[in-house]
Design a binder for this molecule. Structure first.
Ligand code: PA5
Length: 419
């Protein structure tokens, strides 16, 4: 199970202040656990079993098995909440034994689209078009391009067999599937994109890539249980949400998620989107950002340690010793003999400990101990951060489930394109 510790050498928030904030947040936690009527259309993720039950998992596994048997590449077509969860797990855990996962529907760049198409050359491929309302420009436009690529390669029937759509029942996408004979699976009507990791949206591409989705769902369900039962004063999501809001009130306007494991590279993107789109509204909200250490210590590390005090840091620290690589002496005078016989695992841990010691002199540091970097723990992280984001957003006094700003830019863009 995840554990949270706080390193704040300037004592910005005392234990007593945190306890008072947690106490004040208890009614918010209780409402979130029960699910608020105002957000009933957005809370299909609260009970993992609603969209990740046996029937759904078995159907996903059957579809994934077919794709794996007939494809060298699989195009995950979607943007924002429609691709970030799947990508974060696939890029961290997939062993490369299944089809190559190619990402599309997340750009309008002709160059990027041509590069994407190039990756499909000479490969048998299938497409999963994931779009909740099927009006978003990036996936809609890319889907056209990919339908053309399929038509150029296959007969109409073969092409149709290579298209899966994850869309809302009753949407134009569902109608297209019926008309063209594509496989259709439901995008939950009662979940917004960024909360859909535990549904067809996230799980189908992960299964195609060979990820153990049952372990992932088990992790999410265990975290659901932990956050919905037990002593409310000890609730990890409430403690984290209370801390975030306390730091925000004390003038820290950014939260930096960091880890010394590059496997989290795409998870950062999921996390940033979750918090930015959920909390950044009504002129409020922490700005979420991320840094991949140790590399970024040689870039943003300087600012974090010495620049304007804008941010606090949240670390993901993986406990399990999953890999090992020992530095061997090579008899050359390179001044690195102090590393002889040391494992990179321990060197990385030493860099982590030193960073927390240095940074916590200047800014508050939160540390989440993640037991291992595997599917089960990714499931835990998804549920934990989704629930914490909900609680945190409600403490902030905003609606964590809409995105009115995104809709505004879309309006201007559609006008410019003559829609
Ligand atoms: O989290 C969200 O709701 C958004 O980021 C959406 O996922 C994103 O805009 C894509 O929407 P759609 O699936 O409708 O194309």
């Amino acid at each position: 199970m995840l554990k949270l510790s706080i390193r704040d050498r300037r004592g910005l928030v005392s234990e007593a202040e945190l306890a008072a904030a947690v106490e004040a947040g208890l009614p918010t936690l209780a409402r979130a656990q029960a699910g608020e009527a105002d957000y009933a259309n957005d809370q299909g993720w609260l009970r993992v079993d609603e969209w990740a039950n046996e029937e759904v998992l078995a159907n996903i596994e059957a579809i994934a098995a077919k794709v794996r048997a007939s494809c060298d590449a699989f195009v995950l077509l979607g943007v924002g909440g429609s691709n970030n969860a799947a990508r974060s797990v696939i890029e961290a855990l997939a062993d490369g034994a299944g089809p190559q996962i190619v990402y599309a529907g997340n750009t309008l760049s002709a160059n990027a689209m041509n590069r994407m198409l190039k990756q499909l050359e000479g490969k048998r491929f299938a497409v999963d078009c994931i779009a909740k309302n099927f009006e978003t420009l990036e996936p809609g436009a890319s889907f056209r391009v990919l339908r053309r690529a399929l038509a150029d390669r296959y007969t109409p029937q073969q092409a149709a067999e290579r298209v899966i759509c994850t869309g809302t029942i009753g949407s134009a996408l569902e109608k297209l599937c019926r008309d063209e004979g594509y496989t259709f699976v439901p995008f939950p009507t009662n979940i917004g994109g960024r909360y859909t990791a535990m549904s067809y949206v996230g799980l189908l591409p992960m299964a195609v890539a060979g990820v153990d989705i049952r372990a992932l769902v088990r992790g999410a369900a265990d975290m659901e249980r932990a956050l919905h039962t037990g002593a409310p004063e000890e609730n990890l999501a409430l403690r984290y949400a209370a801390l975030r809001n306390l730091y925000y009130q004390r003038g820290y306007k950014m939260e930096l998620l960091a880890s010394f494991e590059p496997q989290f590279r795409w998870f950062y993107k999921w996390w940033v989107q979750l918090f930015a789109e959920s909390e950044g509204k009504d002129g409020k909200g922490l700005y979420p950002t991320a840094a991949e250490y140790s590399e970024e210590l040689h870039a943003v590390g300087q600012y974090i340690q010495d620049g304007a005090p804008l941010m606090f840091e949240t670390f993901l620290d993986v406990e399990a010793r999953q890999d090992s690589l020992v530095v061997m002496p090579d008899g050359k005078d390179d001044h690195f003999d102090y590393l002889n016989g040391k494992d990179f695992y321990d060197i990385n841990k030493a860099a982590f400990a030193a960073t927390v010691t240095a940074h916590s002199e200047k800014l508050p540091c939160l540390i989440f101990e993640v037991p291992a970097l595997d599917a089960y723990n990714f499931g835990q992280l998804f549920y934990f951060f989704q629930f914490a984001c909900y609680v945190s957003g409600r403490l902030l006094g905003i609606n964590p489930f809409n995105q009115p700003g995104v809709e505004a830019y879309k309006g201007w863009m559609f006008k410019a394109l003559g829609k």
